[in-house]
Every structure is written in structure tokens, then in C-alpha cells.
Design a protein around this ligand. Structure first.
Ligand code: 5AD
Ligand code: SF4
Length: 452
């Protein structure tokens, strides 16, 4: 009988990639990815806690596994990632969900096999009536954690895209954000390790590499060998082969002219940037501890667009930060009209325990909801207008997947990051095509392959 594992992933790309590492570890132990309709022997929840909604979704699903454990007491349940890393939360999970066997933080996921081994050994001991019940791990990120685990295998699941971590953690402490508390201080991987991994991915046929970090622009700050993000991009660009490079996330305070120059000069690094603005109000940006203002943000946009006129710029915007007045919100609306982002991820501010903003007086939820409604409406109009401008043109698209809703169609993205659905079959995945855009619908484009 094969032993199956199932990983439930919540949150950002960093978590998606960490789940690929969890899968690599589990497969290394002999577990197999659980087919649809089968029961898993190991269930892992790779959690997120950036907003209340993410946390509640994970907790709801962890609660459901109680029935699974009743059906099969041998199942092993592990809760890992950001959520247990918060103060008091791993203890709370243990108390509220006593059937959870393993709780691990963000930087010790590689100990999952060892922890599974201990759970199994303790069950065996219990069966033999000895008194060695293992209560499971409770290993949160140590304060002074200084090492990067380079040994964990990765089971990549998103061909032709490959995620590559370049920096872990965050030093910024934006006043609303829990990430620096749960992911610790910045730790850059060595340039050699990153270049090796990118080369390996390219050799293995991956066509798009996405460099990951909470703040990729801080890459190298902690290495004290003169390495920085611009230099890393320069070296990656020299790797031979036809492939694309994207990266996320960039912090506007750290985006340098040198990085913009590398992007513009390279034909591998896509003209595409995710640059979270959060708010268009100088006062709110100050209260958020973002350390840039509107003027700086707008000058970055200008710097990017004069180097790369076709660049696709996306952003994150938060409404309802405690000190945001209607006037501040209108500043956000104003900057959205000025910048004209190709797309924006919009969020309602959600207080996170232990962060400075959670201690401030909060805005009523109804006000936040009304504001996000106005924001989404404006951004949808802009997204649609920018999509319409693609029609009639021919763009290079990397075929990335079968189109979820359209039979006989595949989808991929332009260099600028627009999603395009076009006629093709699964054997096209991983190939580049010139696609003529014939129609647009909000953020998506539709088209046909051009005959070569
Ligand atoms: N509430 C709502 N959104 C948040 N984000 C980060 N922290 C919070 C919070 N407490 C958003 C930011 C960030 C994105 C990943 O999540 O916009 O850029
Ligand atoms: Fe959070 Fe700010 Fe760090 Fe991004 S830069 S992870 S928003 S603290």
C-alpha cells in the first residue's frame, strides 16, 4: 500500500515554493502525492497569517481534520509556516486542536521528516505500552537563526515556471505587517548558490525563473561582500539559454537606478514589476513606516517607464489603515489614476496582534468596505482600458498551462505579465509563441498563434 501525503498551501508565492520543498522532503521519505479521492497518511497545512481571513481559512480546514483523525488515528497532521510562528499561537493550536501532531515554524520545515519519524516512533512505543509519548515538535524560529538550509530538496510543481529564493525574512517592520515577526531578519543566499540553482532550472528546461524574497531589493545587504540585487540580475542575465526572469517583491524605498538599468538592458529580465504602493497619502505612508512618499514613488514610475515604455507595473494597495481619513483615501485614488497600474491587489487592512498599527484606534469595517469598493471599481476600469490597448498587437507569450475554462485553449503571459488565452494543446506548454491579440476582457487577453 503506498503512503500518501497532502499539502494544503495558504498565502504568498514564498509559501507555494516552500510547499514544493515540503513535497520534496516527503517524497524523499517515500510518501506519494495523494490522488484525488484517496485518504492521505500525512496532511500538512502550510499556513499564512498576513490577514485575518488567511488565518481563519487555515484554522477552519485544520478543524475539519478532526474527523479524518477519528476515521484513521494513524494519520499524521502537521501545521507549519507563518501562523505558528506568532507569539502564543503554536501553543494555542496545540490546545485547541490536540489531534495536530507536529507544529513547525518557517525556518525549520526541513525537520519535517525527523518530526514524522518521532511521531511514528512514539506511536509504536505507545502500542508496546511503554511510556514514551512524543508530544510533537514546537520549534519556532530561533531569535538568532543565522543559517540558510541549502539541503532541502525541491519538488517543482509549476513547470515551466520555477521559483528560486534569494533572500529570506524582512527587516522593514511596516507598522501593519506581521511578516518580520514570523519570518525573522533578512538572510540572503550566497550569489553562487542562487546562480547554481537558476542554471540547474534552465538546464532542466524551465523557461521562467521567479526570484523570491519579501524584499528582493535588499538582496546582499547582509552579505558584506559587495553583492547587491543589480549585480545578481546582471549575473543571471549572462546564463545561456532562452528563459525569462521575474522577481518579487520589490520595496519602493530600495529600488535602485542600477536595478532599473539592468532590467532595461537585459532581454531575459521581463519588463514587469510588482511594486507595492500601499497608500497614496504621505501621512499614511509615514504612519505605515514605509519610508518613501508619493513623490519618490512617482519618480520611480517615471524612471521605469522612460527606460521601458511597455513595462507592466502591478501593485498592492491597502485601505482602512487606522489613520486613513477620506482625504487620505482620495490621495490613494488619485495616485491610482496617475500611475495606471496594469493590475492591483487590493486589501482591507486587518489588525495583526503584536504590530504597532493594531494598537491604534481602528476605522469601522463598513468604511473600509465602502472605500475598497470605490478603489476596485476605478482599478477595474484602468485594467480594462490597458488590456484593450493590446488588441491587434502581436506579443511573445510563454505557454504556461491549459486554460482552465476553455477547451482546446492554453494560457500564458506576455513579457509585461498580461495573461493571454489562445488556441493550443498541452504539448505547447513550455514553448514561446508570437500571439496576435484579438480580444480583451478585464485583466485577460485572448488571441491566436501567429504562423511562423
Ligand atoms: N492587513 C491587510 N493587508 C496586509 N498586507 C500586509 N499586511 C496586511 C494587513 N495587516 C498586504 C500588503 C502587502 C501584501 C502582501 O499584503 O499590501 O503588500
Ligand atoms: Fe511586511 Fe513591509 Fe516587510 Fe513587506 S516590506 S514583508 S509589507 S514589513
Amino acid at each position: 500500500m503506498p503512503l500518501y501525503y497532502k499539502i494544503n498551501t495558504y498565502g504568498c508565492q514564498m509559501n507555494v515554493h516552500e510547499s514544493e520543498k515540503l513535497a520534496g522532503l516527503l517524497e524523499g521519505m517515500g510518501y506519494i502525492c495523494c490522488p484525488e479521492g484517496e485518504h492521505a497518511d500525512v496532511i500538512v497545512f502550510n499556513t499564512c497569517c498576513i490577514r485575518d481571513t488567511a488565518e481563519r481559512r487555515a484554522l477552519g480546514n485544520i478543524g475539519v481534520t478532526k474527523a479524518e483523525k477519528k476515521r484513521d488515528p494513524n494519520v499524521i497532521i502537521a501545521v507549519v509556516g507563518c501562523m505558528p510562528q506568532q507569539d502564543g499561537v503554536s501553543q494555542a493550536i496545540r490546545e485547541k486542536y490536540p489531534y495536530v501532531d507536529i507544529v513547525l515554524g518557517t525556518r525549520n520545515i526541513s525537520s519535517l521528516p525527523e518530526e514524522i519519524g518521532k511521531v511514528l516512533a512514539s506511536r509504536e512505543a505507545k502500542r508496546k505500552k511503554s511510556d514514551k509519548r512524543y508530544r510533537g515538535a514546537d520549534t519556532r524560529l530561533p531569535e538568532n537563526y543565522l543559517e540558510i538550509d541549502e539541503a532541502t530538496p525541491t519538488l517543482r510543481t509549476s513547470f515551466p515556471n520555477a521559483w528560486v529564493n534569494i533572500i529570506y525574512g524582512c527587516n522593514n517592520f511596516c507598522s501593519y505587517c506581521i511578516v518580520p515577526y514570523v519570518r525573522g531578519r533578512e538572510l540572503s543566499r550566497s550569489m553562487d548558490k542562487v546562480l547554481d540553482e537558476v542554471k540547474r532550472c534552465v538546464d532542466d528546461g524551465y523557461k521562467e525563473i521567479t526570484l523570491l524574497g519579501q524584499n528582493v531589493n535588499s538582496y546582499g545587504n547582509d552579505l558584506s561582500d559587495g553583492t547587491n540585487f543589480a549585480k545578481l540580475l546582471h549575473e543571471i542575465d549572462k546564463i545561456e539559454g532562452k528563459f525569462r526572469v521575474r522577481f518579487m517583491t520589490s520595496h519602493p524605498k530600495d529600488l535602485t537606478e542600477a536595478v532599473m538599468d539592468e532590467m532595461a538592458a537585459s532581454d531575459k529580465i521581463c519588463s514587469n514589476l510588482h511594486l507595492p504602493i500601499q497608500s497614496g497619502s504621505d501621512k499614511v505612508l509615514r504612519d505605515m513606516n514605509r519610508r518613501y512618499d508619493r513623490a519618490r514613488y512617482l519618480s520611480l514610475i517615471e524612471g521605469l517607464r522612460c527606460r521601458m515604455p511597455d513595462i507592466g507595473i502591478t501593485t498592492d494597495i491597502m485601505v482602512g489603515f487606522p489613520t486613513e481619513t477620506e482625504e487620505d483615501f482620495l490621495d490613494t485614488m488619485d495616485i491610482v489614476e496617475r500611475v495606471r497600474f496594469s493590475n492591483a491587489f487590493t486589501f482591507i487592512y486587518s489588525p495583526r496582534k503584536g504590530t504597532p498599527a493594531a494598537k491604534m484606534e481602528q476605522i469601522p469595517y463598513a468604511v473600509k468596505q465602502e472605500r475598497i469598493g470605490r478603489l476596485i471599481k476605478a482599478q477595474n476600469r484602468i485594467t480594462k482600458e490597458l488590456s484593450d490597448a493590446y488588441t491587434g498587437g502581436v506579443y511573445e507569450v510563454l505557454a504556461e498551462d491549459v486554460a482552465p475554462k476553455y477547451e482546446g485553449m492554453i494560457c500564458g503571459r506576455t513579457e509585461s505579465g498580461r495573461l493571454v488565452t489562445f488556441g493550443g494543446d498541452p504539448s505547447d506548454i513550455g514553448k514561446f509563441f508570437d500571439v496576435r491579440i484579438t480580444a480583451s476582457r478585464s485583466a485577460s487577453l485572448f488571441g491566436n498563434k501567429e504562423e511562423k
